[in-house]
Write a protein that binds this ligand. Structure first.
Ligand SMILES: Cc1ncc(COP(=O)(O)O)c(C=O)c1O
Length: 396
């Protein structure tokens, strides 16, 4: 076993593991959630694939790539609880969501339901299609702060009507960091016959996935966030009946080959990120996938408790509603504008080397902290201290 993976098998976490990443030294990186951070071990495996491609590009693309992709898909499929025939590689969650929504046989007047806190790129895709096909867009009004998961489920039940042709739900809401109780929403959608697309951009690695058991029609997951794959590695799961309508966003040589083969060739591109997913799975599995999820959850809760105690603020939802990320209120009342959010984000980075998203949500500023195995509580203490200074002394 390579030494990086041996280190993961031990009991150490925190800064002792930092050498396994290229992360800048002496910074407090509390934003694994935005783009992940790929370990050296996985990047080396990706380089290995690139070398293989370049040794004989024609032979690789024609003779080796299809089998290599099948193996990578099979390994990933096992990890997320399905079979490789139900899983296609895509570049990222945006690509997967686009593949589903742009393949769907819309009719003018159809209704599509998504949450008021859905990811902006998903909202943009929905609005684009609404204009193009004359769709009605209905928002499920998800509260934030949110005192019970039931509110989220009820928001979807209230938004879905007999005219709804498709619903989209976030597995983990990006700005809120809340985890959705998917089972209840899937059950409702099945009961009323509405196809459901799960935006699981943060799901793989952070949450245990059993996609066949879940029963959603489509699930899109990023592997480059919590699964440590190189950037531009994601998947689209489709239940058998839901696969028949699907095409990749780039139509190419395999058009007509069906799902998932059509997705295996989308023109000449760098396929190494997809192929390196096995190295990413090796990385997570060397640490232990269940141990990894538990560690992230425990660390996120401890970090959130530390910040809440330090700043005397309250979490926007019960702690068990979060997994590896938590949104914590800004320590003092601050105008919730994009400009202010950027000002404080930049200030935290430039003056305190703390990387953490600052987000305006529902008239308030929030900090969305991530937990990762390379973090330790001292990283969150640095954030707590950075915002300790009286406000009037921090502003220019
Ligand atoms: C909920 C959600 N959906 C979609 C996306 C888009 O992901 P990507 O940029 O990988 O396409 C994100 C990104 O963070 C997200 O959090």
């Amino acid at each position: 076993m390579p030494s990086d993976l041996q280190l993961l098998c031990g009991f150490q976490t925190g800064h002792a593991l930092r050498p396994l990443w290229h992360l800048q030294a002496d910074c407090h990186f509390l934003n694994h959630g935005s783009f992940g951070a790929t370990p050296r071990h996985v990047l080396a495996a990706q380089d290995g694939w690139r070398l293989q491609i370049e040794r004989q590009p024609v032979h690789f693309m024609g003779a080796q790539l299809p089998q290599a992709l099948r193996c990578a898909r099979a390994r990933l499929a096992e990890f997320v609880g399905t079979a490789q025939q139900r899983l296609a590689f895509v570049e990222n969650a945006s690509d997967g969501v686009n593949a589903v929504l742009r393949s769907y046989p819309w009719r003018s007047g159809d209704e599509i339901v998504l949450a008021n806190h859905a990811y902006p790129a998903v909202r943009a895709t929905v609005n684009f299609l609404a204009q193009r096909h004359g769709l009605r867009v209905t928002l499920a009004r998800v509260d934030f702060p949110q005192h019970s998961a039931q509110q989220l489920v009820e928001a979807y039940c209230a938004a879905i009507t007999p005219g709804t042709r498709l619903a989209i739900v976030d597995h983990v809401f990006s700005p809120l960091a809340l985890v959705t109780p998917l089972q209840d929403i899937v059950a409702h959608c099945r009961g009323v016959g509405v196809p459901l697309l799960v935006d699981g951009a943060h799901g793989p690695g952070m949450l245990a996935l059993a996609l066949d058991d879940l029963g959603a029609d489509w699930y899109v997951g990023n592997c480059h966030k919590w699964l440590f794959a190189p950037k531009a590695c994601a998947f689209l799961y489709a239940a058998p009946a839901a696969a028949t309508v699907l095409h990749p966003t780039v139509i190419s040589n395999f058009h007509g080959a069906g799902f998932p083969q059509e997705f295996d060739w989308q023109g000449t591109r760098d396929y190494s990120a997809w192929l390196a997913v096995e190295a990413a799975l090796d990385f997570v599995q060397a640490f232990g996938a269940a141990r990894y999820r538990q560690h992230l959850h425990d660390q996120a809760q401890q970090a959130a408790a530390l910040l809440c105690e330090h700043w005397q603020v309250r979490l926007p939802a019960p702690a068990e509603r979060f997994a590896a990320m938590v949104s914590v209120p800004w320590p003092w009342p601050e105008e919730a504008t994009a400009e202010n959010a950027k000002f404080w984000h930049d200030r935290l980075w430039n003056e305190h080397q703390v990387e953490v998203p600052v987000l305006p949500i529902n008239g308030q500023l929030w900090l969305r902290i991530s937990a990762q195995i390379y973090n330790e509580l001292s990283d969150y203490e640095a954030l707590a201290r950075a915002l300790d200074v009286p406000r009037e002394r921090m502003r220019p």
